[in-house]
Ligand binder design. Structure first.
Ligand SMILES: O=P(O)(O)OC[C@H]1O[C@H](OP(=O)(O)OP(=O)(O)O)[C@H](O)[C@@H]1O
Ligand SMILES: Nc1ncnc2[nH]cnc12
Ligand SMILES: [Mg+2]
Length: 182
């Protein structure tokens, strides 16, 4: 099956919630995908088709929603999985970075010495909104000495132009919001 066919079926299973978690935000809920193994399989398959034979050593997933499919994709690609976590969760020495996102500010951390220098990394998350989260995760990967091959997202909020921040190839599986909620 082609990526476009898989994407169409996945998109039909998303839910939208206006004004969540705050006024003016149209929240895209992708959790329904995980309630059906058939859809979950299609999600992983579509990303795997996109990655093709690019060399990937690690999938780096962003807490929390990047943890829902990052490890499954890593297994499918025969790559390792490395988490980027919210502050105070990872033991041992970490790199950390503060950032702004669509609805607030936050901090991310990665364990030092977990990504070998020069290793090839995919950064994955559910939504690319302002790009604040993904850019911060990318900084942590770069600080570790690893190399970002590409950023992968399930959906992108086009009107926020997050991809312009990232400076590396960006792939989003599903078309997203063209404009802000009115
Ligand atoms: O592009 P940005 O503006 O940075 O926004 C995108 C991020 O916001 C959401 O995570 P959030 O931190 O809200 O919560 P989560 O723990 O449910 O993933 C989403 O899962 C992305 O990680
Ligand atoms: N509109 C949105 N829907 C779901 N997750 C998000 N993360 C940031 N913006 C979001
Ligand atoms: Mg998130």
């Amino acid at each position: 099956m082609e990526i476009a066919t898989l994407a169409k079926e996945l998109k039909a299973n998303l839910k939208q919630f206006p004004n969540f978690p705050s006024e003016g935000i149209l929240f895209e809920d992708f959790l329904p995908i995980f309630t059906k193994p058939d859809l979950f399989n299609k999600l992983v398959k579509a990303f795997k088709l996109h990655v093709g034979d690019k060399k990937v050593d690690y999938v780096v997933g962003l807490e929390s929603r990047g943890f829902l499919f990052g490890p499954a994709l890593a297994l499918a690609l025969n790559a390792g999985f490395v988490p980027v976590r919210k502050p105070g969760k990872l033991p041992g020495p970490t790199y950390s970075v503060e950032f702004q996102k669509e609805y607030g500010s936050d901090k991310f951390e990665i364990q030092q010495d977990v990504l070998p220098a020069g290793s090839k990394v995919l950064v994955v998350d559910d939504i690319l909104a302002t790009g604040g989260s993904a850019f911060a995760a990318g900084e942590l990967v770069t600080k570790s000495g690893a190399e970002i091959v590409e950023y992968l997202f399930v959906m992108e909020l086009d009107f926020l132009k997050g991809r312009d921040k990232l400076g590396k190839p960006v792939f989003t599986l599903l078309s997203g919001q063209e404009e802000k909620l009115k």
